[in-house]
Write a protein that binds this ligand. Structure first.
Ligand SMILES: Nc1ncnc2c1ncn2[C@@H]1O[C@H](COP(=O)(O)OP(=O)(O)OP(=O)(O)O)[C@@H](O)[C@H]1O
Length: 226
């Protein structure tokens, strides 16, 4: 696949809630296989933008194109499978690691081979964890489960909402290394929200600075961070 293909494109994307303009006229393109990083102050609308990109929130104006198709024409479960989100807080459900990482296919009425679960857990460095209860996991392990849960659907686009923000520095470095490897070695397209400028330097192909729900600057890490 050409790396110049627009995998994801927002077209005049806006979001208003009870007269509050949260996202205003956002026009962005993310090319296939590339990572776009979103930075900006707290409350700028970064998480809302990610929720709009996978249609957890419904745009009040504008839309998003996935491989050139208006995402409103896609069946929601198919859209969720193609555009996967890793949240800041892993939000695991009570039960085992296997219960959590297989939740996407199970909601679609599909079963998952144990070998597939093991393969995915191996990718996030949790081999042998399938039957562990999630209640006893560390923050870093829980976030690895959340990443495996999202990867289970093999999404073409990965939305990462400050995936290392709630972790201690060591777990943060480990999860970042894991994500870097996932993004480097795959054709996967990613949108990565972070507060961490050093992380931007390490991960971003392009950077957008968001302020008050609008694009304030866009370019390379050097151009945007100065
Ligand atoms: N569904 C909603 N209803 C009401 N207000 C909302 C809704 N979604 C987002 N907001 C508001 O939009 C603003 C932007 O929130 P958002 O979480 O997207 O910012 P953010 O840039 O991700 O912030 P942070 O860096 O602190 O996570 C906030 O003021 C939030 O309260």
């Amino acid at each position: 696949m050409s790396t110049t293909t627009a995998k994801l494109r927002t077209d005049h994307l806006s979001f208003v809630v009870s007269d509050d303009q949260i996202i205003t006229d956002v026009n962005l393109t993310v090319h296939a296989g590339k990572t776009l990083t979103i930075i900006g102050p707290s409350g700028a609308g970064k998480s809302t933008l990610l929720r709009l990109l996978c249609r957890i929130e419904e745009p009040t104006e504008g839309t998003v194109y996935l491989d050139g198709a208006d995402y409103r024409t896609l069946v929601p479960t198919d859209l969720r499978a193609r555009v996967g989100m890793v949240p800041q807080d892993p939000a695991l459900r009570d039960g085992t690691v296997r219960d959590n990482v297989t939740i996407g296919p199970r909601l679609r009425g599909e079963s998952v081979e144990p070998s597939r679960v093991e393969e995915l857990l191996g990718r996030v460095d949790l081999s042998g964890y399938a039957d562990r209860e999630v209640a006893g996991l560390s923050g870093g392990e829980a976030q690895r489960v959340a990443i495996a849960r999202t990867l289970m659907m093999d999404p073409e686009v990965l939305l990462l909402d400050e995936p290392t923000a709630s972790l201690d520095p060591q777990a943060q470095a480990e999860i970042e290394a894991l994500l870097e490897e996932l993004l480097d070695t795959s054709e996967r397209t990613a949108v990565f929200v972070t507060h961490d400028q050093a992380q931007v330097d390490r991960i971003a192909d392009r950077v957008v600075r968001f302020v008050d729900g609008r694009i304030h600057a866009i370019g390379t890490a050097r151009e945007v961070l100065g």
